[in-house]
Design a protein around this ligand. Structure first.
Ligand code: DUC
Ligand code: ZN
Length: 472
């Protein structure tokens, strides 16, 4: 076999992953996989080994590199509420945890162009990212000038957007949301929505304050399930009127799920993301002693167990399409402490980019709730399809990028902040068991992480994405 150059620019031998269980698009198959240069060159049983560097994957699961559909790295607005992870540390943690590509949210400042946000995000990520990356674009303002930018965004490889129904500085009206979905749809993109009713959240916070409740336990009470479900229903009405498929980010409730089912009954095309925190943690955390509950403050909030069960069932039934982290890490001390006197001032967001794969395997696959093939779809194939990267990414297939994660189902460990790569002083998953190991991670054909340790840094590249491939 001919030698080729890899992501480091070095000449490398072909690499042969032997005897693993490959999670192919059609299902798991015991076979070998050869990588040449940055691509997958061959898949089959008993491939000849001579001339190749060997990786023994016997007893292990070989996945197409995992894609995190939802991160917020370096969301710094020049305030005290800066995120703990920047592009260097966040992508390093992603890679250590088996994620080879992240889609982060570029956030224009109010009144600024989409191009300005893209430029800032490109500058932050370029040369610093340790995994591959793309950007969704957040739309806060909507006017003819912004609408005109959509074509340039498509050309730049931005084909997915987000709007917010909550958060005073970002939320848009229903009428604006309708126009955004139509314009983005015409441009070949898809819009996701943060579905919480902002007015009702404001009312909920005021009601908590009026009752003298200022601690973290008031956070979930201020934005209960119905606040999400109403917004999901409204967002789906907007999608139906616009006549384009829409996405729902970080769904957390069974009531929201029911709204999705109603929309699908009327044959509406809707895609749904949830996050590991809504699948593995519950709202009990907000009642931890002292200010501990602040570590779990995120929006939407953690919910009761009935929602956790419903989300797993929906994932297993194919009703939920993607699992992204919404990684938005803040130091407990000093950043979360900004809300010591008032839960509404606690910066909302939790870390997760490093632990998503282990959590989904442990509490999903090992627990018998979903299969490894379903995990592959939710964490790799579906993100790649919905966000215009398939089959270059999201598939173990000849010609696809050799972004590959080998998982050892016979390893185990306990997740701790002390042992994490993420640059943050806690993890919401502290003490939880991981019933697998992230054995080896290939990034564009190069061994970039092993055993949770990053071997190659700053080799991530921008992914210029195409239009969504819808499958519903
Ligand atoms: N929710 C959070 O908790 N943080 C970042 C953005 C979001 O939607
Ligand atoms: Zn988010």
């Amino acid at each position: 076999y001919s030698t080729k150059t890899n992501v480091k620019g070095c000449t490398v031998m072909p690499l042969l992953i032997q005897n693993g269980t490959l999670l192919l698009p059609e299902g798991p198959v015991k076979a070998d996989l050869r990588v040449e240069g940055e691509r997958i060159a061959q898949i089959g049983p008993g491939l000849p080994a001579e001339g190749s560097q060997l990786i023994d994957a016997a007893g292990k699961l070989v996945f197409p590199g995992f894609i995190d559909t939802h991160t917020h790295f370096e969301m710094n607005q020049g305030t005290q509420r800066e995120t703990a992870d920047n592009w260097t540390t966040g992508t390093r943690a992603a890679l250590a945890g088996g994620t080879t590509c992240v889609l982060d949210f570029a956030e224009p400042q109010r009144g600024h162009s989409l191009a300005s946000a893209l430029e800032v995000w490109q500058e932050r990520a370029e040369g610093r990212a340790s995994c591959h990356y793309g950007f969704h674009m957040t739309i806060k303002d909507w006017d003819p000038r912004i609408q005109d930018e959509l074509r340039a965004m498509t050309a730049a490889g931005i084909t997915s957007y987000k709007v917010y129904m909550a958060y005073a500085p970002m939320r848009i009206s229903d009428r604006t949301a309708l126009e955004v979905v139509q314009a983005v749809g015409e441009a070949g993109g898809i819009v996701g929505c943060h579905c919480e009713n902002g007015d009702l959240v404001d009312a909920g916070i005021a009601a908590m304050h009026a009752e003298g409740r200022f601690g973290p336990d008031a956070h979930p009470a201020s934005r209960p399930a119905v606040v999400e479900a109403e917004a999901v229903g409204r967002w789906l009405a907007i999608g139906e009127l616009a006549g384009y498929p829409v996405n729902i980010v970080h769904l957390s409730t069974w009531q929201g799920l029911e709204q999705v089912r109603i929309a699908r009954k009327r044959l509406q095309e809707v895609y749904v993301e949830t996050c590991p925190q809504y699948l593995t943690l519950t709202g009990d955390k907000y009642r931890l002693p002292g200010f501990e509950g602040a570590k779990y403050v995120c929006a939407p909030p953690l919910r009761a167990q009935i929602n956790v069960d419903a989300l797993w069932e929906a994932l297993a039934a194919g009703e939920i399409d993607t699992v992204g982290t919404d990684h938005c890490s803040f130091y407990f001390n000093p950043t979360k402490m900004l809300g010591r006197e008032d839960f509404a001032a606690i910066p909302g967001g939790i870390p997760g980019v490093e632990h998503r794969v282990e959590l989904m395997y442990t509490y999903g696959v090992a627990a018998g709730r979903i299969t490894a093939h379903q995990m592959m779809k939710a964490l790799s194939e579906h993100p790649a399809k919905l966000f215009g990267m398939y089959p270059r990414k999201g598939a173990l297939a000849v010609g696809s990028d050799a972004d590959i994660t080998i998982l050892d189902p016979n390893a185990s460990r306990v997740i701790t902040a002390a042992g994490q790569v993420q640059n943050v002083d806690y993890t919401p998953y502290e003490g939880m068991e991981s019933r697998c190991g992230i054995d080896t991670v290939l990034l564009s054909g190069a061994v970039a992480a092993q055993g949770g340790r990053v071997l190659l840094e700053n080799r991530g590249r921008y992914v210029r994405r195409g239009s969504a491939q819808f499958w519903r």
